[in-house]
Design a protein around this ligand. Structure first.
Ligand SMILES: [Zn+2]
Length: 441
């Protein structure tokens, strides 16, 4: 079956940043088989999608998320001790395979509607996340989290590694879902277990590793007090600083850390909205990219960043870089769109499959309506995407040639069910929060 997108403003995000306007894209099965400007080829039996001048571009790549946490969205928003007052007690009591399934379905729905086609996740009961991602049709890297703070799904490291093994077994050979191992952070894993993860990773070189790194002052102090060096250095000493490591956040870095990370060729997922809201700091995105490190955009979980599309990350990541540089020049709009697509794919090691529109690559693409007044006029499509477009402007979302959303109609998930299930869990949370407040009073 051939699908031919015609009359489109095609942003390829290829090496040359080629654009075709008007342009066309041909999809056969799971794959992009051709694209260009001018007259589209005439193919007997092809389904023609007339885009009416809309943007067709690669689907976006969310490089850091906790899909199961969508049910915590906005909970205790401005309460300074919300982590200890609400989140940890609620997580201990309620995080279950069912809750993770419900949160992940809500997250998948939001991401597909917002133009995300690939997501990297780390949380608990991660097999459930992988199953939801597979059913929704998203491309996903799903990471089983390992942590020492009484997590809900493992009592010790052996149990944690067993969960990782089960995840790897379940998704071996899956066309869209890749298993991953996710030590939570250096301070919540510890050097000895990081070494064990590094050893496991050496035995499983194709499995990506994800970790929160250099996220807070607390972590910096932990590294200094316990190891007399930076948190990046502890990670390197443990043998984890390797090209398949996806480092989330990376806020507290000095020049030596960035050099170490560049030498090790690790990858970075920056989460500007989540970091900004927490008042944690600003990731040195320009310095990291100038050092040759690929940097992708991440939403973080909805508890921290509230929304899971990448449009919401565009303005903050750009403004933070401009504020740091005290100039309009840092991180131009086209670089931000690269980070959301091809550079994000590079962070995940998926850049040969996705992240740009090129013949031979997977047909992971989105169509963005330009009908809104916010999108008139357009002198530069990248500026329009970064500073004016909204997730609601995404009309179509396709992964590997399969429609996940078409004309805003979901094709793989049941929106009403996803929303209803999430509200049910929220009712349980609300009741528990009243009890927690009473205990506190
Ligand atoms: Zn995170």
């Amino acid at each position: 079956m051939t699908i031919l997108f015609v009359n489109a403003w095609v942003l390829t995000l290829d090496e040359a940043m080629s654009e075709h306007n008007p342009g066309w894209v041909q999809v056969d099965g799971t794959t992009i088989t051709g694209l260009g400007g001018g007259e589209p080829p005439s193919i007997a039996g092809a389904e023609i999608v007339d885009c009416g001048g809309d943007i067709v571009m690669p689907g976006m790549v969310n490089t850091h998320c906790h899909m199961g946490m969508a049910v915590f969205r906005g909970l205790g928003e401005d309460v300074d001790d919300r982590l200890y007052r609400y989140i940890l007690p609620l997580e201990r009591k309620f995080v279950s395979p069912e809750m993770v399934r419900v949160g992940s379905a809500l997250s998948a729905l939001e991401m597909i509607q917002g133009g995300v086609t690939t997501v990297t996740d780390m949380y608990y009961f991660e097999q459930e996340v992988g199953r939801v991602a597979a059913a929704s049709g998203l491309r996903a890297i799903v990471g089983q989290t390992l942590a020492d703070f009484q997590p809900p799904d493992h009592r010790n490291w052996d149990e944690g590694f067993a969960l990782v093994e089960a995840l790897v077994d379940e998704f071996a050979g899956h066309p869209l879902v890749t298993a991953s191992i996710a030590p939570h952070a250096p301070y919540s894993t510890g050097r000895a277990t990081m070494e064990r993860v590094a050893q496991w990773s050496a035995d499983h070189p194709n499995i990506p590793v994800q970790m929160h790194l250099a996220e807070s002052d607390l972590e910096v102090r932990w590294a200094q007090d316990n190891h007399g060096c930076s948190t990046v250095e502890v990670t390197r000493e443990a043998g984890l600083l390797k090209p398949n490591l996806i480092c989330a956040h990376c806020l507290q870095l000095d020049h030596a850390d960035i050099t170490m990370m560049a030498e090790a060729q690790v990858c970075v997922a920056t989460n500007p909205r989540s970091n900004g809201k927490a008042g944690r700091g600003i990731a040195p995105v320009e310095a990291l990219r100038n050092a040759g490190l690929p940097v992708g955009l991440g939403s973080d979980g909805a508890m921290s960043g509230n929304t899971l599309d990448l449009f919401a990350q565009f303005a903050p990541v750009s403004m933070f870089a401009k504020l740091l540089g005290k100039s309009r020049r840092p991180l131009p709009a086209r670089d931000v769109v690269q980070m959301a697509t091809i550079e994000g794919a590079r962070v995940l090691g998926l850049n040969l499959q996705t992240g740009s529109l090129e013949p031979g690559k997977q047909a992971d693409l989105i169509r963005i309506s330009l009908a809104a007044p916010r999108l008139h006029p357009i002198y530069d499509p990248y500026s329009a995407l970064v500073f004016a477009a909204m997730p609601g402007d995404v009309l179509d979302t396709m992964v590997a040639g399969r429609w996940l959303m078409r004309n805003r109609q979901m094709q793989t998930l049941e929106p009403k069910k996803a929303l209803r299930d999430a509200l049910q869990i929220a009712e349980q949370f609300r009741a528990e929060m009243v009890l927690l407040d009473e205990q506190k009073a």
